[in-house]
Design a protein around this ligand. Structure first.
Ligand code: PNS
Length: 159
């Protein structure tokens, strides 16, 4: 069975990577889908986010990285995928995740969302908090893969 793990991934964190690794053991194929929202400002372009994701998942044979602009359910219908994977960190995630899961299911009856509880050590982790800490020269080692840490530092050079 194949499943889709959608997100913004600006950039991928060790929390995302943990979800990808755990799912890759349970499903035949995982599509990590970078959703492109042109109206939002991002640190990394879609191409950069894809390249970082491909790099950090290169050891996982059944993980494929792609991007899409539009509704997630439209990608799912076009590519015959019915399962969405999302990670749940704290209770604060729940309302937003429930809203998305119900809306996706309303738009596409066959779409089901499976939630994985984030590991304790990643339960406070988000791309935004990593970028904020890095922007003030805080230590982000261990929160993102090494390649991503270097890419963030590169972006912030001269800012
Ligand atoms: O990593 P994020 O930012 O929490 O991911 C949110 C994402 C990209 C999965 C969500 O915003 C999304 O699916 N966007 C695509 C547009 C869409 O389908 N919107 C309706 C979802 S209910």
């Amino acid at each position: 069975m194949k499943a889709i793990y959608p997100g913004t991934f600006d950039p991928v964190t060790n929390g995302h990577l943990d979800i990808i690794e755990r799912c890759s053991k349970k499903f035949d194929k995982i599509i990590v889908l970078v959703l492109n929202n042109p109206s939002k400002k991002h640190m990394f372009s879609v191409e950069e986010r894809i390249n970082l994701l491909k790099d950090v998942t290169s050891n996982l044979e059944n993980v494929h990285v792609e991007s899409f602009t539009g509704l997630l359910v439209d990608y799912m219908k076009q590519n015959h995928v019915e399962l969405i994977i999302r990670g749940l960190r704290a209770v604060t995630d729940f309302e937003y995740e429930m809203q998305m899961a119900l809306m996706n299911n309303r738009l596409y009856d066959d779409a089901e969302t499976f939630f994985l509880i984030a590991r304790n050590k990643y339960s406070y982790l988000s791309s935004s908090i990593v970028k904020e800490v890095a922007s003030f020269h805080g230590n982000i080692t261990g929160l993102v893969p090494e390649k991503v840490e270097m890419a963030i530092k590169d972006k912030l050079k001269g800012v």
